[in-house]
Design a protein. Structure first.
Length: 180
């Protein structure tokens, strides 16, 4: 706004200049306009900042969800790997409960008191020497059977309890549960 003097052809109606003069009136007008512009700019800046904060919050929530899903999946995988290693170590040191494994397999075989042959790894068969089983059950050492595994020959067929298959089955079930 220019501060040049303006020549009027007639006296203005309804306008008055205060005691401070036109310079002071102009300064007040410019101050009001500056304050209005500052307030409008501030509101726009706050609105933009709030929108960016909302975007960042949404991205953070999405990243948090992805990390939590990955963490759960990784935790299950780690637990499975540890469990498998522990089972293998226990079997390797012959600290597995072969008698309980055989009795569980016999119960699942459905042979009842019928005759059957239980094939075991030589070291497992040796550990069960002298352990009484039902009269129709015969324990045989079989070098083709791995430690902690059981193969039961019955008139109805062959029942196989394999430690690696059991671990694979447990792993598949836990992975499925973790996905839910």
């Amino acid at each position: 706004m220019s501060l040049e003097r303006v020549k009027l052809h007639r006296e203005p109606e309804g306008a008055a200049i205060g005691a401070d003069g036109i310079e002071e009136a102009t300064r007040r007008l410019l101050n009001r306009r500056a304050q209005t512009a500052f307030a409008a700019g501030r509101e726009a800046a706050l609105g933009e900042a709030a929108a960016r904060l909302d975007e960042a919050t949404a991205r953070l929530c999405a990243a948090n969800l992805a990390v939590n899903e990955t963490l759960a999946s990784d935790s299950v995988e780690l637990a499975l790997a540890i469990a498998a290693e522990l089972v293998r170590a226990e079997v390797g040191h012959q600290r597995h409960a072969i008698e309980a494994i055989v009795r569980d397999a016999l119960a699942a075989s459905g042979v009842g008191r019928g005759a059957c042959t239980v094939h075991l790894a030589p070291e497992d068969a040796q550990r069960l020497a002298g352990v009484p089983f039902r009269s129709g059950t015969r324990i045989e050492s079989d070098p083709d059977v791995r430690a902690a595994c059981v193969q039961i020959e019955t008139p109805q067929g062959l029942l196989v309890r394999d430690i690696e298959s059991a671990l694979a089955s447990i792993t598949a079930r836990l992975r499925e549960e973790a996905r839910r």
